[in-house]
Write a protein that binds this ligand. Structure first.
Ligand code: C5P
Length: 232
């Protein structure tokens, strides 16, 4: 199974993202395009970055009624991205609808993964705001099993949960893990975080890293450091 570092391109304009990508001469990192860039620039930015030769995780975290998600996924599938996602909280029928929508007439499709609980959500916030009175780990494993039952390829979760997800859902079930920080870096708004090296030890398949790379003084060096620590 391929392991990789995915850079979260959380920029709000084409210019900013292109200036950032131009720093990576000769390298084609796997990129995550999220709501900020997609809502600012629309689907054209996805086509343009894909044309530059990057693999793309389109992180739009869909969550709606099954029919709406199915139809939206059918449209996203035409963008030729490599990975898409949705919220497992949308239930198994919604995830099944998404998978159906994402599958192209020739049977191919991007990977589809489910967000379990956001890595910014703490146990306390989950109990207080969502009225979920269970341990975080149990909630994440339950959502992961639901995603597996629906036929998805994996989940987005904290790196701290990656080994338990693999134990529950199998080695091949992907764990894509944001909430990664260098040992000497800022946590920011993330609550359940760890370092790239620790994420490797726990068994993450892909780490998603945003600000520690995009806001670094030298983003290319920060990316290389992440790769080195994560891939060993
Ligand atoms: O800057 P930072 O490394 O915190 O970026 C993490 C990225 O991963 C952000 O784009 C955020 O939207 C995304 N993400 C997350 N937690 C999830 C799913 C996605 O932090 N559960």
């Amino acid at each position: 199974m391929s392991k990789d570092v995915i850079i979260a391109c959380d920029f709000d304009s084409r210019k900013e993202v292109m200036d950032f990508l131009d720093l990576f001469t000769g390298k084609k990192p796997y990129l995550k395009i999220g709501m900020e860039l997609f809502y600012a620039e629309g689907p054209e930015i996805v086509r343009e970055i894909k044309k530059r030769g990057h693999q793309i995780f389109l992180d739009l975290k869909l969550h709606d009624i099954p029919n709406t998600v199915m139809k939206a996924m059918a449209v996203l599938s035409r963008l030729d991205v490599d990975m898409c996602n949705l919220h497992a909280a949308g239930t198994i029928p919604m995830m099944e609808g998404a998978l159906k929508g994402l599958t192209r007439p020739d049977g191919t499709r991007p990977l589809l993964i489910a967000v379990t609980q956001l890595t910014s959500t703490s146990q306390e916030a989950m109990e207080r705001d969502l009225l979920i009175q269970k341990p975080m780990n149990e909630v994440v494993m339950h959502y992961a099993l639901n995603a597996k039952k629906a036929g998805l390829d994996g989940v987005v979760c904290s790196p701290l949960e990656a080994s338990d997800v693999h134990r529950c859902c199998g080695k091949e079930f992907l764990t894509v893990t944001p909430g990664v920080r260098f040992a000497d870096g800022d946590t920011g708004d993330q609550a359940r975080v760890t370092t790239p090296a620790k994420a490797r030890e726990i068994g993450s398949d892909y780490i998603v890293v945003g600000r520690p790379i995009t806001r670094a003084e030298n983003p290319v060096a920060a990316y290389e450091r992440c790769l080195k620590e994560f891939l060993g």
